[in-house]
Design a protein around this ligand. Structure first.
Ligand SMILES: Cc1cc2nc3c(=O)[nH]c(=O)nc-3n(C[C@H](O)[C@H](O)[C@H](O)COP(=O)(O)OP(=O)(O)OC[C@H]3O[C@@H](n4cnc5c(N)ncnc54)[C@H](O)[C@@H]3O)c2cc1C
Length: 532
């Protein structure tokens, strides 16, 4: 069959489906093409306040009520209880050491908790992607998107008049003519192969392998390390990060008792536990649980709900994110590492940008070039932040100090977008992770440089003096944007959402005390973001 459309989107993860739907709402003729079929498993589950802000802006600008309802845990439960998700109150970190149980040293424990929301009702979520992605596909279809699953695409040719896509479905030939093609197929890279887009992986410093699955029966940390001082939220209702030598483990607890978990290991971290670069995932998993007894206790009785999987390298990067008549969504362009949960928020920001670019008709080469340039600097920025965090894992004090750069950057962005520059255009095009902010943008690079000097690039923890000097540098560097009260020794690494500190620091946002007080309902999730 031959068909003409304005836009074809390849890949129906949440990102492809949501963009397809917005473009259909804008009046474009959209076809969404999927290799598999929904519901299907996917990782990449933990959202953040910036992700939810994007969801709210998309909701109000394009009339997508469900996106507003799915942007806070309380609203989600009220409107979509059937879509499975997990409560995420913040970011929890523990440092574990080989052969030793996690030490409860009270407030001196190697434990960092940063709340992302003041209450469960307005909290972030982990998305059970099988349910959420399926929901977005159904909504796209309801908005008029033509969806075809089980499609095998074999060709994409771009010429002066448009893009020709060829392939097959159920044995029948498929021949599509579109004006513009969006690749949302993830790191599988449909368009990268078709257009021979060169790899840009050399730009990415982070390197990690991954072993992962979904599990039932994971014990909460509170059960395996009883008596830890209370934090700003229950430790486990968060994106839990277990830092180990040369890597870390994520554990994301869903409300229905399933936990998504995986170890990301640097090449050195993998070599510490495996002689093989492609180990048997079961053996690797058991070895890691044995090496870190408290993680072993938490996962000792857990059952994998699907076979453990191993990926020798999760990083992916291309040299360009857009060209004439084509664009890649972030996950198809660059993958760094799940540390700090940047993927969903970044994808949603890119969806906002492309949606804006399509508002007056298919975007021209200039608009696509702007999109590509922005993604390029942002991918580098994510990588610098994560590469620095891997260096910092050498010692908990270094890690906690480096993490303050991330938390300051995202909390400043969130509050700025909620209270100061609320219009969609400005918020969508504001740089991710401090890009474009003269004070914040240089920090991940500088932090990484300083950390490498301390660790000598070999995981050395440095001296007490070096670590103190690094923490002092980080605290001073973030001070002009530190609206969250981070890097405060009196906090003992336990950071609630502190609105008093925010009000006191109103001037950092360029607001008067009264202006900030007037904006507090928006921060508490009482008032939605504007549709402007
Ligand atoms: C280990 C890991 C953990 C992560 N954890 C987090 C996290 O906690 N928080 C976070 O914010 N981000 C996380 N991310 C990032 C997150 O996974 C991505 O941001 C997110 O999955 C992007 O969604 P997407 O819809 O763009 O792509 P995907 O979810 O990858 O969907 C792509 C779709 O395209 C389809 N497809 C592929 N090839 C073709 C083809 N040739 N033709 C047609 N269809 C095709 C696939 O079947 C799939 O349905 C993580 C990433 C990794 C690697």
């Amino acid at each position: 069959m031959t068909q003409r459309c304005t836009v074809a989107i390849v890949g129906s993860g949440f990102a492809g489906s949501l963009l397809a739907r917005v473009l259909a709402v804008l009046g474009h003729d959209v076809v969404l093409l999927e290799r598999g079929a929904h519901p299907r498993f996917a990782i990449g589950e933990s959202t953040t306040p910036l992700a939810n802000l994007s969801m709210e802006r998309l909701a109000s600008r394009y009339g997508l009520t469900d996106c507003y309802q799915l942007a806070a845990h309380g609203r989600w439960l009220e409107h979509f209880p059937q879509l499975r998700r997990g409560l995420k109150r913040g970011f929890t970190f523990y440092r574990h050491h080989p052969g030793q149980p996690f030490a409860n040293r009270g407030f001196d424990s190697e434990r960092l908790l940063v709340a992302a929301s003041p209450t469960d009702a307005v909290a972030d979520m982990h998305w059970l992607r099988a349910d959420v992605d399926h929901h977005f596909v159904r909504e796209a279809v309801a908005a008029g998107v033509e969806f075809r699953d089980r499609v095998e695409l074999t060709g994409a040719v771009i010429d002066g008049s448009g893009v020709r896509l060829t392939g097959q479905r159920d044995g029948a030939a498929l021949d599509l003519r579109v004006q513009i093609l969006i690749d949302a197929s993830g790191p599988g890279g449909f368009l990268a192969r078709q257009l021979s887009i060169p790899s840009g992986l050399r730009r990415t410093k982070t390197r990690s392998a991954l072993v992962f699955s979904h599990f039932s029966g994971v014990a909460p940390m509170a059960d395996v390390v009883p008596g830890l001082p209370a934090g700003p939220y229950p430790d486990d209702w968060a994106a839990v990060h277990h830092l180990i030598d040369g890597g870390w483990m994520y554990a994301l607890r869903f409300d229905h008792g399933v936990t998504s978990a995986g170890f990301a290991l640097s090449p050195r971290g993998l070599a510490d536990v495996s002689a093989s670069a492609t180990p048997d995932p079961e053996v690797l998993w058991r070895r890691l649980l044995h090496r870190y007894p408290t993680i072993g206790a938490a996962f000792g009785e857990a059952t994998p709900l699907m076979p453990l999987a191993f990926r020798p390298r999760i990083q992916h990067r291309l040299t360009r994110a857009a060209g004439k008549r084509w664009a890649l969504l972030p996950h198809a362009y660059a993958v760094v590492d799940p540390l700090f949960s940047t993927g969903i928020a970044w994808s949603l920001r890119a969806i906002e940008r492309l949606a804006l670019a399509f508002e007056g008709g298919p975007p021209d080469a200039k608009a696509l070039d702007r999109y590509a340039r922005q993604l390029r600097v942002e991918a580098d920025q994510i990588d610098r932040l994560v590469a620095g965090a891997y260096e910092a894992m050498a010692h908990f004090d270094l890690f906690a100090a480096h993490a303050m750069i991330y938390f300051t950057t995202v909390s400043f962005a969130e509050i700025h977008q909620r209270l100061v520059r609320r219009d969609s255009e400005t918020a969508a095009w504001s740089g991710f992770l401090g890009v474009g902010d003269a004070l914040l943008e240089p920090l991940p690079r500088e932090s990484h440089r300083r950390l490498r000097t301390i660790t000598r690039g070999r995981g050395r923890p440095g001296t007490v003096g070096q670590r103190r000097a690094f923490a002092a540098w980080a605290a001073a560097a973030i001070a002009p944007r530190n609206v969250g009260g981070f890097a405060d020794p009196a906090a003992h690494h336990l950071y609630p959402v502190d609105l008093d500190i925010l009000v006191d620091r109103h001037a950092l946002l360029g607001l008067s005390r009264e202006e900030l007080l007037g904006g507090l309902p928006a921060l508490r999730g009482v008032a939605p973001v504007s549709a402007a």
